[in-house]
Design a protein around this ligand. Structure first.
Ligand code: SF4
Length: 324
């Protein structure tokens, strides 16, 4: 495909986890001169609207504040019951998807084939076994696009923040291609949807510089020492991450470890969460800054993400497990 000109689209949907790469992708959209009236931030809530189980409670308020600070609308979407309900699926269909639109909340799905999971997603490049990304983000976005007639007979650009440097799997992604929901060649319900990964060729240093240029403070977990967002207890987390989570959120950690025992199947093949955490060290900032820990674990509103005193967070350039 030819290079992407994001200014030519009617709708530019930026999928924003709150992680630095998706924020850098958004900033690239703005720097390319796209009319802000056409830009929407879409955030997929991994835990749905239920109790936090995987995601940082502060992520949703961070994305809301990012939208408010830049004058952009934020639309949330999620699968009913989130990660936990999907993991506990036992001879049942996957739950419906809910999504916010300019005209109110809508729902889709929930009548598919019955199936059983009863285990954590497995660390793999195969999205059938690493089911969390597919079930809780990719499919949620697809249903929200397909369910809204405002995208019919229009040109829509979906923007995501994968970088080639992150993993061999991500290096193989195209920087620009038709999106899965594209039906431009169809005869009914035609929609032109492209997928652009504007930070695909960027280094991590370049993404941090993008945030620094716009004085956007990184999400709080980075300041505690975590190198990646979104989920706090991401299956890709390493020993130090899980040692830190066990220290700052012991009940939360205990719930995950209990599910490992119940399923007879650990998140990481060959080692349970407690043994993994035993091998790691708690991030120094998480030990020294209980105030920051409390903010990271809170779902309280954040008023602004713009800061006059931008600092590189402790989690920058940290290799603590990542996509494959
Ligand atoms: S952040 Fe990790 S656990 Fe959460 S959906 Fe993505 S891969 Fe799964």
């Amino acid at each position: 495909m030819t290079a992407c000109d994001p200014r030519t689209y009617d709708h530019v949907l930026v999928m924003c986890s709150g992680g630095k790469d998706s924020v850098a992708a958004l900033l690239e959209v703005l720097e390319r001169g796209v009319d802000p009236e056409r830009i929407e931030l879409w955030h997929h809530g991994v835990d749905g609207r239920g109790e936090p189980f995987m995601d940082w409670p502060s992520t949703r308020p961070y994305v809301d504040a990012l939208g408010a600070s830049l004058g952009l609308p934020v639309y949330h979407s999620w699968r009913d019951g989130g990660f936990l309900a999907e993991m506990l699926r036992d001879n049942a269909p996957t739950a419906p998807v809910r999504y916010e639109t300019p005209y109110g909340e809508r729902g889709a799905g929930g009548r598919g084939a019955k199936g059983t999971r009863l285990r954590f997603p497995q660390v793999s490049a195969d999205l059938r076994v690493r089911w969390c990304s597919a079930a809780l983000k990719i499919d949620v976005a697809d249903r929200a696009i397909c369910g809204q007639d405002r995208f019919l007979d229009r040109r829509t650009l979906v923007v995501t923040g994968e970088r080639a440097e992150e993993s061999p799997g991500r290096a193989r992604y195209a920087a620009f291609e038709p999106h899965r929901t594209d039906t431009r060649a169809g005869t009914r319900r035609r929609r032109h949807v492209d997928h652009w990964r504007p930070v695909h060729a960027m280094t991590e240093a370049e993404t941090w510089r993008a945030l620094q240029r716009r004085r956007i403070t990184p999400a709080i977990p980075y300041r505690l020492g975590f190198g990646r967002l979104s989920c706090m207890t991401c299956i890709f987390g390493g020993a130090d991450e899980f040692a830190t989570i066990r220290h700052i959120a012991p009940d939360w950690f205990g719930r995950l470890a209990a599910y490992e025992s119940r399923f007879g199947c650990t998140i990481k093949r060959g080692i349970g969460l407690h043994a993994l955490a035993d091998r790691g060290s708690v991030f120094p900032t998480a030990l020294a800054r209980p105030d920051l820990v409390a903010v990271a674990l809170s779902d309280q509103m954040i008023t602004s993400v713009i800061t006059e005193h931008w600092e590189m967070p402790d989690g920058a350039f940290r290799r603590g497990g990542g996509p494959v």
